[in-house]
Design a protein around this ligand. Structure first.
Ligand code: NIG
Ligand code: FE
Length: 404
């Protein structure tokens, strides 16, 4: 079926950077963009349904490329502790932090996890997200990791969202492996092919940090991923410099994420490998971090910068990707155009979806949002709230309130 979406302006991101067409129109055929350009050059499309977008600004559907949105329980008490001055590492050392979410996630039934995750996914979708990455990593045993990844797959089937599932078995050391981190890494490497064979894994991630796994341990996970043909990504340089990002780049990682403690040599390694820098202002904000990611060096060496919510119950209970754009500008000094490219174009690359998603170009999927704003910078300008918009996924309006 062909459809015309006219009377709009388009922030297309065509050609690998922020770019815009004023007085634009889009022609879609089935789920794909067939043509996009100035409305006065619109090709004839006899019989096509016509949608008048009323002068809206159209952007690619937003892509949240780093989330932990499947989890049990919540960590609001830990939030109170942190406000009283107890830091993230000390909470983790006392059995709180990730370990407390692991207990709640293991105890939850799959349907309970699904209901909570669905509610959060719908909030993101209402705010313009059409593609979402979901990590495991709060199960840390085969059955519980499987349960989380199955929830991720179900979300992709039930909601008008493209969902990518990432296996994050090496997120934290489960209590039953206390003092035996290397043994647990072996277990992660054994879980991986089982979950991959069940079709539950699109990529493999790990947490490289003094309170999680060493670069040598992460490398064992990456070798296993390579053996099964799966791309890797990494939580790197969040709390300290471990040169995890350099290791990730050596394995051709899709992305290295967080990066507050990234060094120039890490940046150069990422630039050579084409690894995307995923910045997570929600976690920076919630942890009251003061070390800024080296945005100037990333720009200077041409490393693509993506922005994501890191939606998780501990360090970033963030339910709006648009709010993250605002924070990326105010906290990290990105321009609104860079922030928008970071939640579309570069986020697609961070998921390996750059051939089909992330920009408005002929041949790509017709995932877009028509925002009733005067300029795309408004997406990063408003702090929260609800912007009038229509979310279109695969060339169909996503009626998010009715979505099941
Ligand atoms: O991306 N850095 C490690 N993982 C998460 C935090 C998860 C948690 O605290 O539950 C993150 O910030
Ligand atoms: Fe994370």
């Amino acid at each position: 079926m062909r459809q015309v979406w006219r009377n709009c302006h388009a922030a297309t991101m065509a050609g690998g950077r922020y770019s815009a067409i004023e007085r634009a129109a889009i022609l879609t055929r089935d789920e794909l963009i067939e043509w996009i350009g100035p409305e006065d050059a619109l090709p004839h499309a006899d019989g096509a349904a016509v949608h008048d977008l009323g002068g809206a600004w159209v952007t690619p559907g937003l892509i949240d490329c780093h989330t932990h949105l499947v989890f049990g329980g919540d960590r609001s008490r830990e939030f109170e502790q942190r406000l009283q001055g107890v830091d993230y590492a000390s909470i983790a050392a006392q059995g709180g932090g990730i370990a407390s979410t692991v207990r709640a996630t293991r105890a939850a039934r799959e349907d309970e996890l699904y209901d909570g995750a669905r509610r959060r996914a719908l909030q993101l979708l209402r705010d313009g997200v059409t593609t979402l990455e979901v990590k495991s990593g709060y199960g840390l045993d085969l059955a519980s990791e499987r349960k989380m990844l199955r929830v991720a797959r179900r979300l992709g089937q039930a909601l008008p969202l493209t969902v990518r599932a990432t296996f994050l078995g090496a997120h934290a050391l489960p209590p039953e492996y206390e003092g035996r981190a290397d043994d647990y890494v072996g277990e992660v490497c054994r879980m991986l092919p089982v979950l991959a064979a069940e079709g539950l894994v699109d990529a493999v991630d790990a947490f490289c940090e003094h309170l999680a796994f060493s670069p040598a341990q992460v490398e064992r996970v990456f070798l296993a991923a390579r053996q099964y043909g799966l791309p890797v990504k990494l939580h790197a340089e969040q709390l300290s410099s471990q040169h995890g990002a350099t290791l990730a780049a050596r394995y051709g990682a899709l992305s290295a994420d967080h990066l507050e403690y990234l060094t120039e040599s890490d940046v150069l390694a990422m630039a050579r490998a084409g690894t995307v820098a995923v910045l997570l202002p929600g976690a920076f904000y919630a942890l009251r971090e003061t070390q800024l990611p080296p945005v100037g060096l990333l720009r200077q060496h041409g490393v693509p910068i993506a922005i994501s919510s890191d939606l998780n119950p501990g360090t970033s209970p963030a339910l709006s990707l648009r709010l993250m754009l605002s924070m990326a500008c105010t906290l990290f000094r990105l321009t609104p155009e860079e922030a928008l490219a970071g939640a579309t174009l570069h986020a697609a690359r961070a998921l390996g979806l750059q051939a089909s998603h992330g920009s408005l170009e002929a041949g790509k999927v017709a995932d877009f949002v028509a925002w009733e704003v005067g300029h795309p910078a408004e997406l990063a300008y408003w702090i929260g709230g609800d912007l009038p918009r229509r979310v279109v996924r695969h060339a169909a309006l996503a009626h998010v309130t009715a979505a099941r």
